[in-house]
Design a protein around this ligand. Structure first.
Ligand SMILES: [Zn+2]
Length: 403
């Protein structure tokens, strides 16, 4: 998880940079346009850090979308594993049923075998009983029956009689022995099959436990991705909070400046800050933040179709009161027009004016870009009147809706 490590390092860096910017804001003694509490070189140094930060931030955004791709891949894998595991579980329980069936059949053959053995024993006892009629059983000897003959005829008849009994008993006993052999063979066959089923079951159980392990890994990977995602989102929402704070600060500055000057502000009379496009991709007011992150309170309009090289013009003559970088607005410029009236130009790739500069209407103040919290090149343009943000579309004629 190299990316995780990187993102943590980046987060520290981002926090440091954010607090630097906050500190810088606090250090400003007042908002008077001519009072430069901070030198240009300070700003340039900050700018250098800020550019690095901007690049990292863009990386963060793309990482976030890559992460959601990864997450859906991992989720797919987990679902596949779940399916496989469920099939294997079914197979295991099927094999277990087979084993139970074999156990049942084996115990059936055992009963048959016991019965046959019992029959053999009874047949033997019957045989002994019959012989005992002529002589005591125990030391059975057919010969002793024969030796008791009193004549040759008697001997032959005794011989026939003994033969007959012997043959009959032998047949019954042979049959019983054959039956026992058959049952034993059947039982051995069943035992073999049961052993096969048991080894199949062992294979299935091993396979299932392997899949269980894979599933565990997948689940923990998904958890990690979710944690990364949460990290990224919280970093980006920090940036969004900073954007809201910047908006408040600019409005406050315009108000303060209005108080210091006795001149009454006149609103309106703005020209389009770019000449290449009049397409608005995001209007003024509340909006669903792109990707569920960032500020949901849009204090201006987004002019799209401006690329990275379009000149940004002062919408109205005034004095530059802010020209700096922030993690939300990137490079941005604020021009004060007096009476609480100010204009904001954000996400510039470069700024062409400094704090304190007097600008005429239509003067180039920067170049369009995609710095700060921005998913593509556009110009964020905002207007305050009497220190409150107002909808620029009140004044920008002929705009095209692109939202
Ligand atoms: Zn915007």
């Amino acid at each position: 998880m190299q990316t995780l490590q990187k993102s943590k390092t980046f987060k520290h860096f981002l926090r440091m940079a954010l607090s630097l910017i906050c500190l810088f804001t606090l250090l400003l003694p007042n908002f008077e346009p001519t009072a430069k509490a901070i030198s240009q070189s300070d700003i340039d140094a900050l700018q250098a850090d800020a550019n690095k930060l901007a690049a990292k931030k863009k990386g963060l955004q793309s990482k976030l979308s890559a992460l959601s791709d990864d997450k859906s891949k991992v989720l797919d894998k987990k679902e596949l594993l779940d399916e496989q595991i469920s099939v294997l579980s079914d197979q295991v329980s099927n094999v277990e049923d087979q084993i139970a069936d074999f156990d049942h059949l084996i115990s059936q053959t055992q009963t048959q075998l016991d019965e046959a053995k019992e029959k053999e024993k009874l047949q033997y006892q019957l045989f002994c009983k019959r012989v005992r009629a002529m002589e005591e059983c125990g030391t059975i000897s057919y010969w002793s029956v024969l030796f008791k003959a009193n004549s040759f005829t008697d001997l032959l008849s005794r011989l026939d009689f003994v033969n007959e009994i012997m043959e009959s008993d032998q047949r019954v006993i042979d049959d019983l022995k054959k039956l026992q052999d058959e049952i034993s063979a059947k039982q051995n066959d069943l035992k073999d099959q049961k052993a096969e089923s048991e080894s199949a079951k062992a294979d299935l159980v091993a396979k299932k436990s392997e899949l269980d392990t894979q599933r565990k890994t997948t689940v923990s990977l998904m958890k990690q991705i979710e944690e990364n995602e949460a990290d990224y989102k919280s970093t980006l929402s920090e940036i969004a909070r900073e954007e809201d704070a910047t908006n408040d600060k600019i409005a406050q500055m315009a108000k303060e400046l209005a108080k210091q000057s006795s001149a009454k502000g006149t609103y309106g009379g703005y020209i389009w800050p770019v000449t290449v496009s009049k397409r608005i991709s995001s209007p003024f007011g509340r909006r669903t933040s792109p990707g569920g992150i960032g500020s949901t309170n849009h204090k201006g309009v987004d002019i799209c179709g401006v690329g990275y090289t379009t000149q940004v013009l002062a919408a109205k003559a005034g004095t530059v009161i802010i020209s700096q970088y922030s993690s939300s607005y990137g490079n941005y410029v604020v021009i004060n027009h007096g009476g609480g009236n100010a204009t904001l130009y954000a996400h510039l790739s470069s700024r062409k004016v400094s704090v304190g500069d007097t600008v005429t209407q239509g003067q180039v103040i920067g170049i369009t870009g995609c710095t700060g919290h921005s998913t593509g090149p556009h110009l964020h343009f905002g207007i305050t009147e009497d220190g409150e943000w107002v909808d620029p579309l009140k004044y920008l004629s002929d705009y095209t809706k692109a939202w």
